[in-house]
Each structure stands twice: as structure tokens, then as C-alpha cells.
Design a protein around this ligand. Structure first.
Ligand code: SF4
Length: 182
């Protein structure tokens, strides 16, 4: 089990993605966007331990038939301190629930991620992940930091209009940014 901290689990989530989902808020973010709605998730030493028992609880929640989406947000899921555990989780979720959509919210832009092939290895040198190769397991990416001056409460699935809601698999296939339209 790769250790991280998490802030909370939402067992029924209708705001961070399409349809009925569940959400995991990981702990730790050093973007510190002005006006962040979740500043209690910034501290990497805060939150609770993500352990095997919590992982099981999360998988049981995801397994319910009416849950069609699994959202991972934060905090910053793709921070160096979180990416191994988040990568491991995404791989296992896709293996177990290929029909459920994984939504990932990050302060990095798609361009940041595409240009980042730095590989992080777990301590046993068994599991490795980079931000870019993690995209293979993501259906929808909401990218970019929150910009308070661009806040729009009517903008679907994101907080500020600079953030894009991206159809990741079409983007990879077509090699150009394809937005998600539901
Ligand atoms: S990236 Fe997200 S969690 Fe981090 S400071 Fe910005 S809005 Fe808050």
C-alpha cells in the first residue's frame, strides 16, 4: 500500500463530475490558489491516513450499480507526494470497474502533464507512474489552477473558466485537446 493522506471521501457526489458519483479528496497541495474552496487540504501533514481498510471502503462505494463516476480531487492528486498512490488507485479502479468514468481534478494543465514524463517509482521499484502515463486511466480531466477573477458558478464541473473539462481518451487518440461535452 502506497501511503498518502486524504481529506475526505464523499459517498454520494453530484457536483464534481457528471451523474451520480463518489469522490476522494486527497490531502496536500502547494498551488495555494487565491480563493481555493478547499484550503484545509493544503497541508501534507493534515488529513487522515489512506490505508487498506479505507481503500476497501472506497471500492465498496464504487461498486454500487448506480455509481457511474469516480472523482479524485484534492488537494493535488498529481503532486509528487500523491501521484504514486493516486496512480495505483486509478489502475485498480479501471481494472475493477472499466465501465465507470474516472474524473481527475488537478491544478496542472494538460500541457504541463503532457510535458512531464518524470517517472516516480515506489520504494520496492515495482510500481511506477508519470503524470503523462496516468492519463491512460483517466476519462475526464479538469485542469488548471483556480483563478478567483474567473470564478463562474454557472460553469459546469469546474470553478473558474480557465479550467478545462477534457475528454482524455479522445484527446490522446486525436492528439489535440478535445473537451468533454457530456
Ligand atoms: S489546486 Fe485546487 S486544491 Fe490546490 S490550491 Fe488550487 S484550488 Fe485549492
Amino acid at each position: 500500500m502506497i501511503r498518502i493522506k486524504y481529506a475526505s471521501i464523499r459517498s454520494m457526489d453530484i457536483s464534481n463530475g457528471e451523474g451520480v458519483g463518489i469522490a476522494l479528496f486527497v490531502q496536500g497541495c502547494d498551488f495555494h490558489c487565491k480563493g481555493c474552496f478547499n484550503s484545509e487540504t493544503w497541508d501534507f501533514d493534515g488529513g487522515k491516513d489512506w490505508d487498506i481498510a479505507k481503500g476497501r471502503v472506497f471500492f465498496d462505494l464504487a461498486n454500487r450499480t448506480y455509481v457511474t463516476r469516480i472523482s479524485i480531487l484534492g488537494g493535488e492528486p498529481l503532486h509528487d507526494k500523491n501521484i504514486l498512490a493516486v496512480g495505483d488507485l486509478c489502475v485498480k479502479l479501471k481494472e475493477n470497474f472499466p465501465e465507470k468514468k474516472i474524473w481527475l481534478y488537478t491544478g496542472y494543465t494538460l500541457e504541463d502533464i503532457k510535458n512531464d514524463d518524470k517517472v516516480t517509482l515506489d520504494e520496492l521499484n515495482i510500481f511506477k507512474v508519470s503524470r503523462f502515463n496516468l492519463l491512460r486511466y483517466i476519462d475526464v480531466l479538469v485542469d488548471g489552477q483556480y483563478v478567483e477573477s474567473l470564478k463562474d458558478i454557472t460553469y459546469p464541473w469546474a470553478g473558474s473558466t480557465n479550467q478545462r473539462v477534457i475528454n482524455v481518451q479522445e484527446t490522446l487518440k486525436q492528439q489535440k485537446t478535445v473537451l468533454y461535452n457530456g
